[in-house]
Design a protein around this ligand. Structure first.
Ligand code: NAD
Ligand code: TYD
Length: 366
């Protein structure tokens, strides 16, 4: 079986769902259920023999020791993190606690467990650390994309805490010989994305007639990857990656933020016309005719990185991985998903998704 941390979050839950669809191997999901953890994402696995959930913190050393001893995972796939740059600016401490100290505790528990393994089990064990392209800092418009040897230059408390965790993971390979792998991925989008991040926030706000807040001039560039492609990249690295190596994962889809917002507005105009839905502009009180009317430029994010771009040639060359979605197919699927899952969105907005924990424990299911 494998141990996944942060499996109730955006990418983690997509990963767990895809894992269960692709293999029969069991998965144990350890998640603290912070505001970003949502067990409704994994509702389709309720009652499955293959999947088990434990609510807990990756910083809890005794819990980790017990879970390793009881479940004997052959691998750890580590997603758990505080992940939102704006929150890291408002309150960086949780980022240091989870991303740095939490990763350290998880590494220590994994090392102690791995040390006691013998023979084939010891050789086969893997610790896969899921990280971000943001550790590399920011690029100028004509700079080459980030490769695995680009020097780290994190600019936000979020990226600095992820960079610190990447360094710890690296050191466990070089110092202890632990079989670790690191992936650095570009911005993800797709189902179950918490609506504090750009793409889901814009969809949810547009449908509610709220302002679409574009930071600064909107010309910042991100490199977008459909979440299922990220998950397939992680599975491939887990299966065939060389220990101690890092792999950049990306979709070769650089877009400015303002282009993304316009694309979303056009898709919504086509798939959920504002006039038909009776959407009212919450600022002016007038009916919305086209969603782009709602675009509002707001004060820029402090220290805002201008451009990220991933050079994903290494994972393609060495492991034969390539994304399957284009941006056009992936973004259309994403808008469709949000339109078809308004109940999920409503549960997140009104906070009722948090009742899931209580319900799960009431019925004795974990
Ligand atoms: P998310 O914020 O949606 O989910 C994080 C999950 O971790 C939540 O379920 C939360 O409850 C859990 N968690 C937080 N602190 C915890 C703790 N102390 N102990 C146990 N669980 C805890 O994040 P995401 O967008 O799914 O990102 C997952 C990972 O992928 C992160 O490590 C992030 O840095 C990395 N990543 C994200 C992106 C992206 O575009 N979202 C891109 C590249 C890499
Ligand atoms: P975000 O989804 O927060 O991801 P990250 O900061 O990790 O790249 O933001 C993506 C881009 O969109 C980033 O340049 C900031 C910008 N942005 C806005 O312009 N408005 C918003 O309301 C949000 C949430 C982000």
């Amino acid at each position: 079986m494998i141990l996944v941390t942060g499996g109730a979050g955006f990418i983690g839950s997509n990963f767990v769902l895809r894992w269960c669809a692709h293999t029969d191997e069991k998965v144990l999901n350890l998640d603290a259920l912070t505001y970003a953890g949502n067990l409704a994402n994994l509702q389709s696995l309720n009652g499955s023999e293959q999947y088990q959930f434990v609510q807990g913190n990756i910083g809890d050393a005794s819990l980790l020791t017990r879970l390793f001893a009881e479940h004997h995972p052959r691998a750890v796939v580590h997603f758990a993190a505080e992940s939102h740059v704006d929150r890291s600016i408002a309150g960086p401490e949780a980022f240091v606690e989870t991303n740095v100290v939490g990763t350290f505790r998880l590494l220590e528990a994994a090392r102690s467990y791995w040390n006691k393994l013998e023979g084939a089990a010891k050789t086969a064990f893997r610790f896969l650390h899921v990280s971000t392209d943001e550790v590399y800092g920011t690029l100028g418009v004509s700079d080459p994309a980030f490769t695995e040897i680009t020097a780290y230059a994190p600019n936000s408390p979020y990226s600095a805490s992820k960079a610190a965790s990447d360094h710890l993971v690296r050191s466990y390979f070089h110092t202890y010989g632990m079989p670790v792998l690191t992936t650095n991925c570009s911005n993800n989008y797709g189902p179950f994305h918490f609506p504090e991040k750009l793409i889901p926030l814009m969809i949810v706000n547009a449908l509610a007639g709220k302002a679409l807040p574009v930071y600064g001039d909107g010309q910042q560039i991100r490199d977008w990857l459909y979440v299922e492609d990220h998950c397939s990249g992680i599975r491939r690295v887990l299966e065939a990656g060389v220990c101690g190596q890092t792999y950049n994962i990306g979709g070769w889809n650089e877009k400015t933020n303002i282009d993304i917002v316009h694309t979303l507005c056009s898709l919504l105009d086509e798939m959920a016309p504002a006039a038909q839905r009776g959407v009212i502009n919450q600022q002016s009180g007038k009916p919305v005719l086209q969603y782009a009317e709602l675009i509002t430029y707001v004060t820029d994010r402090p220290g805002h990185d201008r451009r990220y771009a991933i050079d994903a040639r290494k994972i393609e060359r060495e492991l034969g991985w390539k994304p399957t979605e284009t941006f056009e197919t992936g973004i259309r699927k994403t808008v469709e998903w949000y339109l078809n899952n308004q109940q999920w969105v409503a549960g997140v907005i009104d906070g009722s998704y948090r009742d899931w924990v209580a319900k799960q424990y009431e019925t004795g299911k974990q």
